[in-house]
Design a binder for this molecule. Structure first.
Ligand code: BGC
Length: 759
């Protein structure tokens, strides 16, 4: 009840606002043909059988210029503007991408306990955890499931997926994205979008482009060369447009090469529209606009938020001081620019047409989402659990400490600031409020049953969370309690990491080190009990130099959503076999990171000086040893690779190589069922230009029973051999011999074979 009252009152406001700000006589000259007459019931645009283009053209021809202008900004916090006369619905949005967050207000508002409306939905693992699954089918099901929840709540659009590349380990929002590699991010982004769009829900792939740091996110100007943009920061968006036909793209807050993304002609017009062929609409990030004509002319179609919430927001001094831009595409401002001749009617038609096209192709016009389905069903929870489980990465397992044998163990000490609280995600607009969330301690207790004594000690408070546990005396007491508990247990599990106030949207992570006291806690517990398993509960790589040498077993559970604790327990006890692999390299320390020295920038400018050498492209080319390499993850079983064949093929009528089929055999040589992610990299040692040691161009996740083998095949096109040539301004592959590499991580290449490109 409360929810629907909120929505009704917002649209009422909008009608009043539009009436007050639009003078219908003002633009007669530009819009002589159209008057706000009633529309016949059989108007072609209402005919669901007609192609979307015809419907768009018909509808545009019936709209007044005032109505068109009114469509370029939202009517509320999460709603676009409806045009009731013509039956154009508002697009009702919900924040994402790790589930349906909310639509009531900014994260500051909706994160308050009990804030209205109380929307409790399934909390899925963070993007980085889903990326660690390397499971495109699962990510597609996640997108589908989230879309079903969106519809059940009567909404039409989910603000995700996030595909920004992990450039620096300190970006506050790394947890939302799919890691450091553009190919992996592209595959997962496409999968998520297909899942969402298959349900008739509109996704918004974000943030276009290169939102890679939160530091001064409204003002920072990123200097990125063309090749780096095309090879690293654009591929996920390109794939979303070309392969998934994505319906909406969200522009980023930051500037790229001197221009804010929301008004960037090179990004929005030249690349997104012309090069990629994008037919959907661009929605601004919330408060990322800075002009009227330049923004509209660049191809930014829908400014959010709008209406009264936007005005209230703009009046907030904090918004102003942080550089938030909003309120530029209000109907009166757009109309004034049309009148002044700074925005042509053809451009306005293009922008509005893009929004209308999506309203038609998504089915929103013909079948509005009225809500009413179920949310957080067992089936939906199962997807969250599978993601959390498959995403856990086993990083170390000396002397096969894991999996735990429930029959032999009598006591477990569960320790740490992230053990008894479910830290489901990082902070900000993506943080979902679920109906329940399983903390590691809950999951372990439930799985251990009555026979095993599971006891908890905090060990150290989470930095900044509770001042009461942050005095020297209390700290000493907590540490002693934890080490005593560990000393008397068969095994200790220490769950460390961050929480939304230390890792989240709007600020970067202060340091790669774990929060205060956590390294010391691990060291002390390891001393007390050598059978200690460390579990990381963060979205980023962290430094481990103080303890990793002594740690026998290490798991990364990332932020696992509401089912994180169950997933962890199933991996600890071997009910599930770990199959996650790192979607991001773990540097030994921040100083080893390729962007070190070029972050966060000076005088609000940041030079992407490392260029294309991001992540493993840097570590593997420049021979810098990471702590754990990209693509790495252990299993409780072993996989053998053999029989690599690379068969080039030439398609009819074309000279030279146009593709290759790569195949190999993978065998589970251990005694447990498990899944292996086979990674395919291409090495180019002969290009006319510097290229990384190798680049990921394929991966497959295969499930194998003990002793079972499977043939795994990949098809490579010319694109897999190509680089972006700044000289030709195009993707290019230089003839010569490439090496096809198959491996279990970027640094564990098991098989290699040549592939010759003749022309
Ligand atoms: C974030 C977006 C989010 C939007 C709406 C912005 O601050 O950058 O990712 O979707 O707010 O909450």
């Amino acid at each position: 009840m409360r929810r629907s009252r909120f929505v009704v009152s917002i649209s009422f406001f909008v009608v009043l606002l539009s009436a007050a700000t639009l003078d219908p006589t003002r633009l007669k000259a530009q819009n002589a043909g159209q008057t706000a007459a009633s529309v016949p019931a059989d108007a072609p645009y209402r005919d669901a059988r007609l192609p979307a283009e015809k419907r768009v053209a018909d509808l545009l021809s019936r709209m007044t210029v005032e109505e068109k202008a009114a469509m370029l900004s939202g009517s509320g916090w999460m709603e676009s503007a409806p045009i009731e006369r013509l039956g154009i619905p508002a697009i009702k949005m919900a924040d994402g991408p790790m589930g349906v967050r909310s639509w009531a207000g900014s994260s500051a508002i909706t994160s308050l306990p009990g804030a209205p409306p109380k929307v409790l939905t399934t909390s899925f693992p963070a993007g980085v955890a889903m990326a660690a699954t390397w499971d495109t089918d699962l990510v597609q099901r996640e997108g589908q499931t989230i879309a079903q929840e969106v519809k059940a709540l009567g909404r039409d659009m989910i603000l995700g997926p996030t595909v920004n590349i992990n450039r620096v380990p300190l970006w506050g929002r790394n947890f939302e994205g799919y890691g450091e590699d553009p190919y992996l991010a592209a595959r997962l982004g496409v999968a998520y979008i297909r899942g969402v769009q298959g349900e008739g829900v509109i996704p918004a792939i974000k943030h276009f482009d290169a939102n890679n740091e939160e530091f001064e996110r409204h003002r920072i100007d990123e200097q990125i060369d063309e090749r780096t943009l095309h090879e690293i920061y654009l591929p996920a968006f390109k794939a979303a447009v070309r392969e998934a036909g994505v319906w909406s793209v969200m522009s980023a807050y930051n500037k790229v090469n001197g221009v804010h993304c929301a008004e960037s002609v090179p990004l929005l017009h030249d690349i997104l529209q012309k090069e990629f062929g994008f037919k959907g609409f661009v929605v601004s990030d919330w408060g990322s606009t800075y002009s009227t004509a330049a923004t509209v002319n660049a191809g930014m179609d829908l400014e959010m938020p709008g209406g009264p919430p936007m005005q209230a927001w703009l009046a907030n001094p904090h918004m102003q001081s942080s550089g938030n831009g909003a309120g530029w595409l209000t109907a009166d401002k757009v109309l004034a620019e049309v009148k002044a001749g700074h925005i042509s009617e053809a451009t306005l038609d293009d922008n509005v047409g893009r929004i209308l096209r999506v309203i038609f192709v998504s089915g929103l016009f013909d079948h509005p989402h009225t809500g009413g389905g179920e949310v957080d069903t067992p089936a939906q929870r199962a997807v969250a659990l599978q993601g959390a489980t498959e995403g856990i990465v086993l990083l170390k397992n000396a002397a096969s400490l894991l999996p735990l044998d429930a029959k032999k163990i009598h006591s477990i000490a569960v320790i740490g600031p992230n053990a008894a609280v479910a830290r489901t995600g990082g902070g900000g607009s993506s943080l979902v409020r679920p109906m329940y969330a399983i903390a590691p301690l809950d999951g372990i207790r439930e799985r251990a049953g009555n026979r095993i004594a599971v006891k908890f000690a905090l060990g150290v408070g989470m930095d900044g969370e509770d001042p009461a546990v942050d005095t020297p005396a209390v700290r000493a007491g907590l540490l002693k309690e934890a080490t005593d508990l560990a000393a008397h247990a068969d095994v200790a599990v220490v769950v460390v990491g961050r929480y939304p106030k230390l890792e989240g949207e709007g600020f970067d992570v202060a340091t790669m080190d774990l929060p205060a006291g956590q390294d010391e806690l691990i060291q002390a517990v390891e001393q007390a009990n050598p059978r200690t398993i460390v579990v990381l509960n963060t979205g980023d790589p962290v430094t481990m130099s103080k303890w990793i040498g002594q740690t026998p077993a290490l798991l990364d559970m990332w932020y696992g959503g509401q089912e994180g604790g169950h997933a962890l327990a199933s991996i600890l006890f071997g009910d599930a076999n770990p199959s996650g692999k790192l979607p991001v390299s773990f540097p030994k320390e921040w100083e080893d990171s390729p962007a070190y020295g070029h972050y966060p920038g000076e005088n609000l400018k940041v030079d992407y000086a490392e260029g294309i050498y991001v992540g493993y492209r840097y570590f593997d080319t420049k021979n810098v040893e990471p702590l754990f390499p990209f693509g790495f993850g252990l299993s409780y079983t072993k996989f053998e690779y053999s029989g690599l064949t690379v068969t080039p093929y030439i398609s009819a009528g074309k000279a030279g190589l146009t593709g290759a089929v790569v195949s190999l055999k993978v065998r589970n040589a251990g005694s447990r069922a498990g899944a292996e992610v086979v990674e395919l990299y291409v090495h180019d040692g002969h290009a006319k230009i510097d290229r990384p040691a190798h680049e990921l161009k394929g991966f497959k996740r295969v499930e194998l029973k003990p002793g079972e083998s499977q043939t795994v095949a990949f098809t490579l096109g010319r694109g897999a051999l190509s680089y972006w040539s700044p000289e030709k301004n195009a993707w290019t592959a230089d003839p010569g011999t490439f090496e096809i590499q198959l491996g279990a991580s970027s640094r564990d290449i098991r098989l290699r074979a040549p592939l010759v490109l003749t022309k």
